[in-house]
Structure formats: C-alpha cells, structure tokens
Design a protein around this ligand. Structure first.
Ligand code: PMP
Ligand code: GLN
Length: 386
C-alpha cells in the first residue's frame, strides 16, 4: 500500500524501543525525553491560557508575542538581528525541517547531511523525492573528513542540513567545521538548514555557534529550534524557523498545508519562558553536565567504550568490549536481560555499518533513575566474565 519512497521508513526506533521498555518494565534511556517537567511558570501560564479561552486557531505564522520572543532570544544569546516577521512558528522542529525540505527540494535535488542523523531527516528527504548525501561522523571525536564533505557536494546540491549540537553523537561543531560547511554551501549556491534544538545543552564551557552568525551565511540560512528540549516539554511540539524572508515564505507555503497551525495556548506561555533569566539556561546545562558524567562513568564502569559528549542529552558507546558486534541485537535484548533500554546508532545511518557496534543512551533523567540504571548495567561486567 505504502508509496515506494517511504517503504524504508515504516517505523521509528523510538516508538519500538519505548514500547519494549514499557513491556519489560525497563528504565527507558532510549527515546530522549526528560522525566521531570519544565519551569513551573511555563506550565501554569499554559494552563491559564487553556482556561482563559486561548483554544482556537492562532495566526498561521504564530502569535506575535512568540515571534518577537524568538527574535529577542536570537539577539540575547547570539547577537543576531532578527525581524520577528521572518520568524515562523511550527509544530515542533520536526515540522520546520519537513516544511523546509519539502519547500526547497524535489526529485533530482540532493541534500547533504551527516550520518548518523536524526531519523526524520532521511524520511523527509525521501518524502520530497530528493536524494540524501550523508557524510560520516566517525568515533572517537565524531568529526568529519573535509575531503569527504567536499566530495558530497555536486551541482545538484540544493540544501545542506546541519544539526549542532548533534543527535545522536553529542558533537558540537566548532567554528572551523561550520565555516567549511558554509563555504561549500556558498560555492554550490545551496541553502543551509540548521537544526539547533539542543542549543542550550553544551558542556565544559563550550559555546554553541549558530550557523547564521558566520560571515555571509545569514543570507542563505534557515535556523530551526524548538521548545521541547530547552523547557523539558517534548510533548508540546512547538518549534520555529527563521531566516531570509524569501526562504521563510517558501517554508510557510508548505507548513500551512501540513498542520496549518498548532499550540495556541502554549505559544504565549513559551514567549514568556524564553525571557527567563540566564540562571535558568545555565542551570539546565550544569544539571545535564552532571547527569552526563554520572551515566558516562557508570557505562565505562560496566565495560562500555564511552565517547565524550560535548552537547545534547545523549551519550554514544561502543559495545564491542562487551562481546557484541551488533548494537541493534544488543538493544533488542538489553531490556529483558538488564532492565535498561537504549537505541542502536546503526538505524540513524544511511550506511548501517558505520554505526554497527554503537549504542546511544539518554541521560535526561532524574539522578536516582540514572543511578538505578547504572547499577543494573553493572551486571553486564559479570556477564562478560562468566
Ligand atoms: N531535531 C533533532 C536533532 C532532535 O533530536 C529532535 C528531537 N526530538 C527534533 C529535531 C524534533 O524536535 P521537535 O520535538 O521539536 O519536533
Ligand atoms: N529527539 C528524541 C530522540 O532522539 C526523540 C525523538 C522521537 O521520539 N521521535 O531520542
């Protein structure tokens, strides 16, 4: 029944692993979602908006106060001068990515991105009938080979899809890497679409560099983010995209026929939350950095090879030292054996061999949950010895 171009994308690993975790009662470190709520003021503002009658279609481009708050956020954190009229509110970052790809790419066009990638990228590119050109990010640093990146571009490159901080590897691209990506995009007259949903989750004193801040890039860059990660409300699905008016208009043309609008009561509440003091944002990163260390140390202790996470709330491991060659097989049996769920990185790769022995864990959970997960995972060491 399903159209040919979507046949490789029938299910998502997140749904499969969350269902398995539920069935087995395992601690779910697979799908990335926090197990605590976001700022109390955000929750009470949204509830008040629902009770106060903000329950009908908001404007197609988003409510004015949220568009202004996003523009102000870009100025406050990155010194970007954003016109609120060029901010489009979307149904999560997922819709912004889909609308951008569908608006700008069609059959015959190529999209350059990095693998492993967030799973919606490949599905969305397939939906547009365009071609994916994925450049490898390899452990231990998960950086890319500049020559490989150069070779991925062609006269058919229409779009470059960049994710920094990067899911699943936890890489935060530095200025030099981003500059090369930008130069190649400019050389091939390609649009840059940058997914920055983990922008406030960077560790060890690093800084997130938005692509739009690099010289000459703002004119060809669509910047995407969302409320789900920053405010721990992944189920709200409110995101945004901004960039040059002409590109945003193109995205809006598609967006209006995907969902039209969404999140009426949430939008004004999020506008207020974006103005929370710096202490909220730094507190989020400090807290997650501690959780990263707690889980990474525990995984190392249990016998995994653990790669450094510079940003996001994920840590990638290699399971070879535990006697496994296939991360997917490892993940399918882990909940039953040990009582913890994780996701295999191979499903995020166009070339599954690239992530064959890699497994991703999420650390956006309460300390006691991570501690319990670590103590369960410690049993793996005994299994290997036995
Ligand atoms: N991009 C990346 C890299 C993600 O990890 C996620 C996670 N959920 C999304 C986009 C989707 O964000 P949203 O829930 O706002 O659609
Ligand atoms: N972004 C989250 C992750 O990567 C959840 C994605 C999803 O459930 N689609 O785990």
């Amino acid at each position: 029944m399903l159209v040919e171009r979507m046949r490789a994308h029938t299910s998502t690993i997140f749904a499969e692993m969350s269902a398995l975790a539920l069935r087995t009662g395992a601690i779910n470190l697979g799908q990335g979602f926090p197990d605590t709520d976001g700022p109390p003021s955000l929750l009470s503002d949204a509830a008040a908006n629902i009770h106060g009658g903000l329950n009908q279609y908001p404007p197609g481009v988003g409510v004015p106060e949220l568009r202004s708050a996003v523009a102000e956020h870009q100025r406050r954190f990155y010194g970007l001068d954003v016109d609120p009229d060029t901010v489009l509110i979307t149904t999560g970052a997922t819709e912004a990515i889909a609308a951008a790809v569908l608006a700008l790419c069609g059959p015959g066009d190529e999209v350059v991105t990095f693998q492993p990638y967030y799973d919606s990228y490949a599905a969305t590119i397939a939906l547009a009938g365009a071609e994916l050109r994925a450049v490898a990010l390899r452990p231990p640093s998960f950086g890319f080979d500049p020559d490989e990146l150069r070779a991925a571009f062609s006269s058919r490159t229409r779009l470059v899809l960049v994710n920094t901080p990067h899911n699943p590897t936890g890489t935060v691209f530095d200025r030099e890497q981003l500059t090369l990506i930008g130069e190649l995009a400019a050389e091939h007259d390609a649009v840059v679409v940058t997914d920055e949903v983990y922008e406030h989750m960077v560790y060890d004193g690093r800084a997130h560099v938005p692509m739009a801040t690099l010289p000459g890039l703002a004119d060809r860059t669509l910047t995407i983010s969302s409320v789900g990660k920053t405010f721990s409300v992944t189920g709200w699905k409110v995101g945004w995209v901004n960039g040059p008016a002409e590109l945003v208009h193109a995205v809006r043309a598609v967006k209006q026929f995907l969902t039209y609008v969404s999140g009426a009561p949430f939008q004004p509440a999020i506008a207020a939350a974006l103005a929370l003091p710096d202490s909220f944002y730094t507190g989020l990163a400090t807290d997650l950095q501690r959780k990263r260390d707690l889980l990474s140390d525990g995984l190392r202790e249990a016998g995994f090879t653990v790669f450094d996470t510079a940003g996001t709330y994920f840590v990638v491991t290699d399971v070879t030292a535990l006697g496994f060659t296939d991360g997917a097989e490892f993940c399918w049996t882990l909940p039953e054996r040990i009582g913890v769920a994780a996701v295999p990185v191979s499903v995020f790769c166009a070339d599954p061999d690239l992530g064959r022995s890699l497994v991703r864990f999420a650390f956006c959970k309460r300390d006691e949950v991570l501690e319990e997960a670590v103590s369960r995972l410690a049993a793996l060491r005994t299994e290997v010895r036995a």
